[in-house]
Design a protein around this ligand. Sequence first.
Ligand SMILES: [Zn+2]
Length: 397
Amino acid sequence: MFSKHVSSFTSAYYHDELPREQTQRVAEHLIHCLGCRTEFEEVRFGARLAAQLLPIAAPDSLWREIELALDRDVCKVPVRSSSRFIPFLSRPRFAFAAVALIGLVVAVAALLMNHTPTPADASWDVARMGGAPRIGSVLISDKAKLGVGQWLETDPNSRAQIKVSDIGQVEIDPNTRVRLLETKPTEHRLELERGRLSARISAPPKLFFVNTPSGVAEDLGCAYTLEVDDAGNSLLRVTTGWVALQLKDRESVVPAGAACATRPGIGPGTPYFEDAPASFRAALTKVDFETGTTDISQSVFALLGGARVRDTITLWHLLARVNGNDRVLVYERMAELVPPPQGVTREGVLALDQRMLDAWKDKLKFYWSDHSSPPMKFLKKEWTRSLGAFNGFEGKR
Ligand SMILES: [Zn+2]
């Protein structure tokens, strides 16, 4: 049930119409399934497009043609063109298509021109949690509003809390500088220039983003901390759910209990569980960020020796990031820890066949979850029940 595709739920999911547990499951599936994610992006694009639709009046002549055509259709009189100028409009389906097309052209034009500006009053509530945080140069006495484009800054003794629209909250630690870049129903975005924030978000994935100098954190219904040092390096630590870190075409998907570093110019490193052996983590830092100065093969070899079953999250991401014999060694260690499922071949994995990589990941994910804390059985039961109710399988509740 868990690995089933969720394409039939992406619309309800986007519009936040699913029960909470189901929302969580769809969110988790979306982060791992490229196919469903692509479909979700299409739904999102369509919804944004629909939101831009403006009612426009069709010319009277067009309506007359449509009415005439409809009358003829109802009377089942064979259709014959009555207009030399727009003959195709005498067929109702073409007339409707024409009206729909006009609407679509207007919508696309509006979207491309980004014609719906953020409302002038778009802002987030900020509460002072200690010390003297500032918005711009103004001290926050108790509560304040953070508008789009404004910076919120804390000194060594101050902290603040931001309410992220209606989807969650972010705590701002001392010595931190953040800016609100965007807030609208389809996207909420902060910039973290330096310091540390803790986010707790409850919403469909890909709604809340944090830009850092070396990557973008995309929320997937989760809680996490993100810190940026003065050099622009960042460290993401996930407490619940999943977070994706991205820079250009490099992406790391980080589950609860895991962390991931980023570096300017390189982007996200490889995710690792925070309880992984120190030697494993040290070798990973070299593989991720010291490619020019160390012997990568030696570091890969050291890392593989210390890898536990859970650390396959690191190895799975590494497959595409190392080459030649290093990739072969990563494959062999992974296969030793958790053999690939049926249909996933050594040749396919080494050639980075995405379908095979995803299939293996589906199997591995079981080992990446923390089975001791979340009530997985309960979640599964709820998920099954709500899916059944949704599909009408279980009848009335
Ligand atoms: Zn899917």
